[in-house]
Design a protein around this ligand. Structure first.
Ligand code: AHN
Ligand code: ZN
Length: 336
């Protein structure tokens, strides 16, 4: 029903434009050449992204406790994602694996993919890591305790769940995957990184996935969400995204500008971040853009980053709305 409503209103809008033009043309001059039609931007009906719903999805994740691999909270949260995605009618595939971190700690991981319209060749994929960091190495207190990761982990996953909830109600024209990547925040603390800096200590879940990709998986492009919920967040055009997927960066930033979110999506190139998208671009060859809160002028990542301040109090519905509505805009304007 909802789908029919959308296509009908699209027709009404189109016919409306044509009839206005027809009535404006001078009736006395009979000519064979039809009046020149102005270029009207495609009118797409885009659902309303709900920031309250997203906020509650983030809170549910945080309430499980830090989602550190090989903990009870991690296990419970995985179950919750799976049930949630199934409840929206998405096909769910769970990739299980074992990875080891920079100190040879072994952990069981789950990369969880929800697929809307799995049969469609034309598709795009959203990514976010869902694990939380096991240490608060950038804090001055309780450095050895895991963080809530309300922004670093839960925010992107909350946005993906809300996207899934929306596309379940009104079908976009393309297939959409939402991928919950595990074990991203596994890198060494700065103290160790000085001595033996290994960039590949991060993004272990993604590195596992890119080495064990689903067969014949070629989505058009990907969008990684990393720390997309903090108050006054800013998302620069990040250098690795520009190197691998600049056309998609421009497309997404343009959609954001069109609907009034240039306060979040800055037209400045900044940062070069080894994030999940780096491996997805380089190894899986899916052009993927990182939407990440980063600003080199104000110190890089937010001051809450990898501290206990990364809790629900920094999450802002305006930021969630800016990101989520932009994503829906991108998804619903994508042609098969
Ligand atoms: C590096 O610092 C090399 N990558 C950080 C990516 C990250 C960590 N995003 C969230 N937490
Ligand atoms: Zn992190």
């Amino acid at each position: 029903m909802a789908q029919a409503g959308v296509s009908i209103s699209k027709w009404i809008l189109t016919l409306g434009c044509v009839s206005i033009l027809a009535s404006c043309s001078t009736p006395d001059k009979k000519t064979d050449t039809p009046p020149e039609l102005p270029v009207v931007k495609n009118v797409v009906q885009v659902p309303d992204f709900n920031a309250d719903s997203t906020y509650s999805f983030i809170k549910t994740q945080v309430d499980f406790g830090p989602r550190v691999p090989s903990t009870k909270a991690h296990e419970k949260c995985a179950e919750w994602y799976i049930n949630k995605l199934k409840s929206y009618g998405l096909a769910v595939h769970v990739q299980e694996g074992t990875v080891t971190d920079y100190e040879n700690r072994s952990m069981k991981i789950k990369n969880i993919m929800g697929s809307f319209n799995p049969g469609s060749k034309a598709r795009i994929v959203l990514f976010s890591h869902w694990d939380s960091r096991r240490i608060a190495d950038d804090d001055s207190v309780r450095k050895n305790e895991a963080i809530d990761g309300a922004d670093d982990g839960a925010s992107g996953c909350g946005v993906m769940l809300e996207v899934a909830r929306q596309i379940a109600k009104v079908s976009p024209q393309i297939g959409v995957d939402v991928m919950f990547l595990d074990a991203e925040d596994t890198g060494e603390p700065h103290s160790l990184a000085m001595a033996k800096h290994t960039e590949d200590a991060w993004c272990l879940g993604t590195q596992y996935w890119t080495k064990n990709l689903p067969p014949d998986y070629h989505p058009r492009f990907g969008i990684l969400l990393d720390m997309v919920g903090a108050k006054n967040a800013t998302f620069p055009m990040e250098a690795n995204s520009m190197a691998f997927a600049s056309d998609y960066v421009k497309k997404i930033w343009q959609e954001a500008a069109d609907i009034g979110f240039s306060n979040f999506f800055l037209y400045t190139e900044d940062g070069q971040i080894t994030d999940d998208h780096f491996y997805i671009n380089r190894d899986a060859k899916i052009p993927t853009v990182d939407i990440i809160n980063y600003n080199s002028v104000t110190g890089g990542f937010g001051s809450y980053h990898h501290t206990h301040a990364d809790n629900m109090s920094i999450i802002d519905r305006n930021t969630l709305k800016g990101v989520g509505q932009t994503l829906l805009q991108v998804i619903y304007s994508e042609k098969p």
